[in-house]
Design a protein around this ligand. Structure first.
Ligand code: NI
Length: 177
């Protein structure tokens, strides 16, 4: 069993802005392991600490087919971006919904790795989308903030109804971040 439950929209805790990690110590290493376990079990391709009610700037991603290439970013900052790309996104905190979102096509991100060492990463395609989506989570934002208010309200109402009357879990068929 993964350690964490994933918060679901419109839970207000998803709106908290996460604070920077001051020191990458053993407790952060355990957090990263627990996030990865929760992400793989979900299953999803990305998870931010905010989504499990840990308000720290830590996120994990694995977009590999084999699920054996985890990326961990601590205190990530997008230092440059270029282009624009539309991609269909889903989210473990917005289960069952997929919408087109426009984001930067290419980004450079700087962060600390799980050892506390600085890293710089150039990303495009799905990886760039995932990083932007997860950094949004750390800022209390969700992909539904990028779509129309009408669509967002519709999703909110459906999820609130489901939370009152839980339906059987349906296996996810697409990548969710
Ligand atoms: Ni998400």
């Amino acid at each position: 069993m993964p350690k964490f439950d994933i918060l679901t929209f419109p839970d207000p805790r998803l709106r908290k802005k996460a604070r920077p990690v001051e020191q990458v110590d053993a407790s952060i290493g355990r957090l990263v392991d627990d996030l990865l376990e929760t992400m793989y079990a979900a299953p999803g391709v990305g998870l931010a600490a905010t989504q499990v009610n840990v308000p720290l700037r830590v996120l994990v991603i694995d977009i590999s087919e084999e699920r054996d290439n985890p990326v961990c970013l601590i205190n990530p900052t997008i230092v440059s971006s270029a282009g624009a790309e539309q991609m269909e996104e889903g989210c473990l905190s917005v289960p069952g919904f997929f919408e087109m979102v426009t984001r930067s096509e290419r980004i450079r991100v700087e962060a600390l790795d799980r050892n506390g060492d600085p890293l710089s990463l150039d990303a495009d395609g799905l990886l760039a989308v995932c990083i932007q989506h997860e950094i949004d989570h750390l800022d209390g934002k969700l992909f539904v903030d990028h779509i129309s208010a009408l669509k967002r309200q519709r999703i909110r109402r459906k999820l609130e109804k489901e939370q009152r009357h839980p339906a059987p879990v349906v296996q996810q068929r697409r990548d969710v971040i």
